[in-house]
Unconditional design. Structure first.
Length: 204
């Protein structure tokens, strides 16, 4: 019989499939470095993208990504994996580490938590790859850190409002306020370009 390829299992009918994150974490907890390498290859791209967007610095983003992956290795069997796998956990860890770094650079504006009514939100997915995305990034970097973190995690990284709240360790209401304030600030910064940049459908 032909042996299975490394890191793969045989499904019914003889088809080969990649092991789940839960299986890889179980193997990793027993010291299996190959299982850890598979987890890294599977998630490092998405996780490092979160870090880069949040921190705005490639060097810091790489450091935070490595720290999060090291924490994954050390935690091993202590990590509880559910349906979505390791990625949501890694995103939360990276987000928290990024927040800590940002807080060490400057104090967070406490007024970010003040509720404020804003106009209905619109999708920002069309911003990626747009010819004016550089201007958008500049406008994002000019936002107060907590507003930028919330907006980045929700619109660019695709986390739900609940996931953003968990990552930032704040309430859902606080996230809603941060998103509203950030959108208002971006509308002002981008002026007439705002309508053209954003998709027409609202994301809840």
């Amino acid at each position: 019989m032909k042996p299975n390829a490394p890191g793969k299992t045989e499904a019914a009918g003889g088809a080969m499939q990649e092991p789940s994150d839960a299986v890889l974490v179980q193997r990793m907890s027993g010291g299996d470095a190959d299982a850890f390498a598979l987890l890294v290859n599977r998630h490092v791209g998405a996780v490092s993208a979160v870090a880069r967007r949040l921190l705005g610095d490639d060097g810091e983003a790489e450091d935070v990504t490595q720290e999060a992956l090291l924490k994954l290795w050390r935690l091993g069997a202590g990590l509880s994996i559910d349906g979505p796998g390791v990625r949501p956990w890694l995103r939360r860890v990276v987000s928290n580490m990024a927040i800590d770094r940002i807080r060490s650079r400057r104090r967070v504006d406490v007024t970010d938590d003040v509720p404020e009514v804003a106009e209905a939100p619109r999708q920002m997915q069309a911003l990626e790859g747009n010819e004016v995305s550089v201007r958008v990034d500049v406008a994002l970097q000019a936002l107060p850190e907590r507003q930028r973190l919330a907006l980045t995690l929700f619109h660019f990284e695709g986390l739900s409002q609940m996931e953003v709240a968990a990552a930032m360790n704040v309430s859902d209401e606080a996230v809603e306020s941060l998103l509203a304030r950030a959108r208002r600030s971006l509308k002002t910064a981008l002026a007439g370009e705002w309508r053209d940049l954003l998709a027409s459908d609202e994301r809840v």
